[in-house]
Structure formats: C-alpha cells, structure tokens
Write a protein that binds this ligand. Structure first.
Ligand SMILES: NC(=O)c1ccc[n+]([C@@H]2O[C@H](COP(=O)([O-])OP(=O)(O)OC[C@H]3O[C@@H](n4cnc5c(N)ncnc54)[C@H](OP(=O)(O)O)[C@@H]3O)[C@@H](O)[C@H]2O)c1
Length: 288
C-alpha cells in the first residue's frame, strides 16, 4: 500500500485512537489531533510503541474554537506539503440545556458540524496536492433521530434538546460534506473523495464528560452493555480512509455492515443548501 499522510481528529480516545493505530500499522504517516497536549503526547508514545511505527505526529486544537481549528490547519500546512487523508472523527455530545462556545456558537454544532467543515475547507489545497485525496467524516446512525430540522434555527437557540442537537449535527454534517463534494466538482476537482461513516454503537467515552439528561442515563448504560468494541466500530472509517478499491468513490456512507443508506427523510436540495449557506456564513471569518 502506498504510504499516505493521514490526519485523524479526536485521536486521543475511543474510535479515533483505534483508527490512528490501524493507519500506523498499515505503515502510514499519522498526525493525531487532540485538545489536550499532554494526553496527545502520551497517546503518541503509546501508539508508536504498540505499532512499531514512530511516524506519528501531534496537533492540538480545541474544536469548540473555530480560531483554534484555523491555527491547527496553518500548523499542518507549515509542516506538511500535502495531505492524503483527512479523517474528521472528533465529535461530542453536550448537556440538556443550550450551551455556547466563547465564539458564540452552539457547542454541538460547533464540534460536530462547523469544525469538520472548516478543517476540510482549510486543508483542500493540501488534499489537492495528494495523488488522490480523501475526506472521511464520522457521522452517526443518530443522524436519523434528530427529528425535524429547524433551518431558520440551525444552532437551536429556540429548539434545543440534547437528542436533537446531536442528531441534527450528524445529519447536517452529511449534507455539508455532500455539498462540499459538489462544490469541488464544480471547480473541476475530481481527485478528492468525500465519504461518510458511522461506527454503530461502540464502547467509548463519547459525551461522558458532559452531563447527559438524567432520564437518558439508564438507557445509555444499558446500550453500553450491548455496544461493540472501539476496534470494531473503527472499521468503517479505516475502510473509507485507506481501502484502494474505493478510490474515486464519493458520497457513500459506510457502517459496520458495509455501505448503508443515509436517511433522506428531511433531505431536499433546498434544505442542504440552507445548511451549506449557514456554514459558509459562520465560517467566513476563518476562511481568509
Ligand atoms: N461511540 C459510538 O457509539 C458512536 C456512535 C456514533 C457516532 N460516533 C462518533 O464517532 C466519533 C468518535 O467518537 P468516540 O465514540 O470515539 O468518542 P470519544 O471516545 O469521546 O472520543 C472523541 C474524541 O474527540 C475528541 N474531542 C471531543 N471534543 C473535542 C473538542 N471540543 N476539541 C477537540 N477534540 C475533541 C476527544 O478528545 P479527548 O480525548 O480530549 O476527550 C476524543 O479524542 C464522534 O464523531 C462520534 O460522534 C460514536
């Protein structure tokens, strides 16, 4: 397999750590992103020892800050002349009431939607320098469980609930990535594949640090008992990121059972455009 340069966000825990480990085992150069430098450096040492591949670098950014995402992209570009695969793996779940970032955006939408779209945008030039680049974004089966989109209230100021914020953020990121792919095609760029994945339900620390609504905690505790390992949950993303047989393929959604269908219940071209335009508006200050 050709040696690739792969950036994995949220690689300090759970699925992202497993994905980074697999890419190192495959012999690639892997840049692990984390929000805590000490933790990221510890994971760097551990992965290097576990895989025997010391070609592992670290980037630090808090994805609750879009300015921090921009700094990370600049740091990457200063160090690497190309990127072969961007894995937008990092994600989070927040609490039962609306919470905003220091930059004024709803936290779930920031980490699960704005940050991956911004990072993808800022690294497009690096991906264009790859022989054939890939963007893989980890969504969730919950993209079908957020209910009706509120396109005049994407950040859910008046409609926030924990389930809606997470589910809609994972639906919108699918729409935004498909819009990004269309945008690239319109610019004549056909050497960057854009695909989405989901891990099923995997044992990880997702959302643990932020207080889930009390009534959902027993349900999560029960579901955790039946969840798969992170190793298994990471497989769809590992496949989408490095499998040679899907080079040139875009707009697919891979899960633990292979290719799956995105829920199109609320999809219309107008709805997708509304999400895309909103992302562009939010991201505008960080794009130049
Ligand atoms: N586990 C599941 O069953 C499941 C199901 C569907 C989808 N997913 C998706 O899978 C992806 C990986 O989640 P996981 O289950 O592996 O969760 P996890 O164990 O909590 O790992 C999440 C990773 O993202 C990082 N992260 C979270 N918030 C961040 C922020 N504000 N800034 C920077 N990094 C941040 C975490 O950093 P720290 O190490 O510092 O915490 C960690 O590295 C997410 O997109 C999630 O939505 C998971």
């Amino acid at each position: 397999m050709e040696k690739k340069i792969i950036l994995v966000t949220g690689a300090t825990n759970g699925l992202g750590r497993e994905e980074a480990k697999a890419f190192l085992t495959q012999g690639h150069t892997v840049i692990i992103h984390g929000r805590n430098r000490d933790k990221a450096l510890r994971v760097q040492r551990e992965l290097s020892a576990e895989t025997g591949n010391s070609d592992v670098d670290v980037l630090v950014a808090d994805l609750e800050s879009l300015a921090s995402v921009k700094r990370m992209a600049e740091e990457f570009q200063a160090k690497y002349d190309r990127l072969d695969v961007l894995v937008n793996n990092a994600g989070n779940q927040y609490g039962s009431t609306w919470a905003g970032t220091a930059e004024g955006h709803e936290k779930t939408m920031t980490v699960n939607l704005f940050a991956p779209v911004l990072l993808s945008f800022l690294l497009i030039d690096s991906l264009k320098k790859s022989r054939h680049g890939r963007i893989v974004t980890v969504s969730s089966a919950s993209h079908a469980q957020g209910g009706q989109p509120y396109l005049d209230d994407i950040e859910l100021k008046d409609h926030y609930s924990y389930t809606r914020a997470y589910g809609l953020s994972k639906l919108y990121v699918i729409w935004a990535m498909r819009a990004l792919r269309k945008n690239l095609r319109e610019q004549g760029v056909d050497t960057i594949d854009v695909n989405m994945t989901h891990p099923g339900m995997a044992k990880s620390s997702l959302g643990e640090a932020n207080q889930r609504p009390w009534y959902l905690r027993p349900i999560f505790a029960l579901a955790f008992l039946f969840a798969s390992s992170t190793e298994k949950g990471a497989q769809p993303t590992i496949y989408a990121a490095t499998s040679p047989e899907i080079e040139g393929v875009s707009d697919r959604y891979y899960g633990p059972k292979g290719e799956e269908k995105v829920s199109e219940r609320y999809y219309t071209p107008e709805n997708e455009k509304a999400v895309w335009d909103y992302c562009l508006k939010v991201l505008d200050p960080y794009l130049n």
